[in-house]
Design a protein around this ligand. Structure first.
Ligand SMILES: [Zn+2]
Length: 492
């Protein structure tokens, strides 16, 4: 019997929960169907969390207001005194520990955990009651959301002591690392979920697909042997990958399993907890990672269900090995086969550009960089331009001082078509974030617009005396049909 919505409803109509029914007949429980997991997300998504960047203040009320289905505990405080909370659900014999955001700028799974809290608190009479009942009876689940609240406050990887908590599992120099280790020793979980984000440039090896989700059953020793505990983690991952391949076929990678003796995941595995790493990567047109948050919710709920029912144990660990490895071969923009001329020497090159996300007083903007220059035929781009016959060309600075408010997008595009890449502003608002597709400079220090590996990616692509494309702060603008593409950058 499949646990579809209909079968669950039928279960209620006949006054019997599906799980009890299945259990009574000693039938094997069936895996959850993907549409049901999607439906659960739609119902229980936490509406207070909408963007990747948030601090402890944002989650504090969401923890305080939890119902009594959770037992709550403050495990300790961060360097700057922010609480690390544990929320415990269920009374079953199998203990599962999930912890998120030990790197402060890796918040995707934290959002998904709050969605999951809403799900677990859901009404006893909805479509998902049978699932909750299994989780509640078979598992004791302990969640530690946001292990690094001081890092989250600054949206940075490390904690307030400049320590990478995921390199502090053994030395224990940080209060947050001490708390996480103590939580493990106190709870002794059979399963552990170590929840992280990875950068946007990982792809599934051999393909141009971003590794939207990467998984790993970390090694517990240098030889990367597989013992019973690690194999159990691999099997749980195989169940998660079934869901992922239905949602994002080909966008799953297997994280490198080199043993890292200082990391928590590897040590949890060594300490006897079957540990699963989830790394949330990127998905096209999902800058706030809200779709990836949904995927996290779906695969975590699926994994908990398969642990609770024992479904995972029937899966083949060899299917884990078949997941493609992570590679790091993606660029935001890849310009191929463009002509360049330096010191009178003409040659053909590719230019790989990446754009870093930064924040200015909470406002998101991008900062482009030339990541590589040369034969980049082994790389892929989220956006690619085959620039055969075009020449990468230096742009000019328009010295006529202008107020930003007086500049229209059309005027700016005309300036680009005339070969200008930067314009002086008459104002002194250096650092202000704007969304015009041209560099705006205050004039104190003019930008170096020479196209090069070491300069920011600002140049024009010329063919037969005409500028066909502009690259501004790493963003490609088609000067013949520019569309509505917009991006944010800072006044320099
Ligand atoms: Zn991380």
């Amino acid at each position: 019997m499949k646990l579809t919505t209909n079968s669950l409803l039928r279960g209620f109509l006949f006054g019997t929960l599906v799980w009890c029914h299945t259990h009574a007949n000693a039938q094997k429980p069936e895996p959850l169907e993907t549409p049901l997991l999607e439906k659960a997300y739609t119902h229980f998504k936490e509406s207070q969390l909408t963007e990747r960047r948030f601090g402890y203040d944002k989650i504090a009320p969401l923890i305080e207001s939890r119902s009594t289905v959770f037992e709550q505990q403050v495990l300790g405080k961060s360097v700057e005194g922010r609480p690390l909370n544990a929320l415990t659900y269920g009374t079953g014999p199998t203990r599962v520990l999930l912890w998120s955001q030990m790197h402060g700028d890796e918040s995707t799974a934290t959002m998904a955990l709050f969605d999951l809290f809403n799900f677990l608190e859901g009404s006893g009479e909805d479509d998902f009651a049978a699932i909750r009942k299994v989780l509640q009876e078979k598992l004791t689940i302990r969640f530690i959301p946001m292990v690094n609240p001081d890092g989250a406050e600054r949206f940075q990887r490390r904690n307030a002591l400049h320590i990478d908590l995921n390199r502090d599992a053994i030395r224990q120099s940080s209060p947050e690392a001490i708390i996480l280790k103590a939580a493990r020793d106190d709870f002794e979980p059979e399963f552990g979920f170590n929840l992280h984000d990875q950068n946007a440039y990982y792809n599934a090896s051999g393909t141009s697909n971003p590794a939207t989700i990467s998984v790993l059953a970390p090694a517990y020793n240098e030889a990367r042997e597989v013992n019973e505990g690690r194999e159990k983690a691999m099997k749980v991952i195989v169940g998660m990958n079934r869901v992922l391949q239905e949602e994002i076929p080909g966008n799953v990678g297997k994280y490198n399993d080199t043993f890292e003796p200082r990391a928590f995941g590897d040590n949890f595995q060594k300490w006897g907890t079957s540990t699963i790493l989830i790394e949330s990567g990127a998905y096209p047109n999902d800058p706030e990672k809200q779709y990836i948050r949904k995927l996290n919710f779906m695969i975590i709920l699926n994994a908990l269900y398969e642990i609770a029912t024992g479904i995972y144990a029937e899966l083949e660990a060899s299917a884990y090995q078949a997941i493609p490895d992570n590679a790091s071969r993606l660029m935001d923009l890849l310009i191929k086969n463009v002509r360049s001329e330096i010191n009178g020497y003409r040659y053909v090159t590719d230019i790989g550009i990446r754009r870093r996300v930064r924040y200015q007083e909470g406002i998101r903007y991008e900062q482009g960089e030339v990541a590589d220059w040369g034969d980049l035929s082994i790389y892929y781009g989220y956006e690619e331009l085959y620039a055969e016959g075009m020449t990468v060309t230096k742009g000019n600075v328009c010295e006529q001082e202008t107020a930003i408010a007086d500049l229209s997008r059309e005027e700016v595009l005309d300036l680009l078509r005339e070969g200008y890449l930067a314009i002086k502003t008459s104002e002194t608002n250096k650092g202000m974030v704007h969304d015009l597709p041209i560099l705006i400079v205050t004039g104190e220090q003019l930008p170096d617009l020479e196209p090069s590996l070491s300069n920011a990616p600002n140049f024009l692509l010329e063919k037969d005396g005409e500028y066909l494309y502009a690259v501004v702060n790493g963003n490609l603008i088609d000067l013949q049909s520019p569309g509505n593409k917009s991006f944010k950058q800072r006044v320099q």
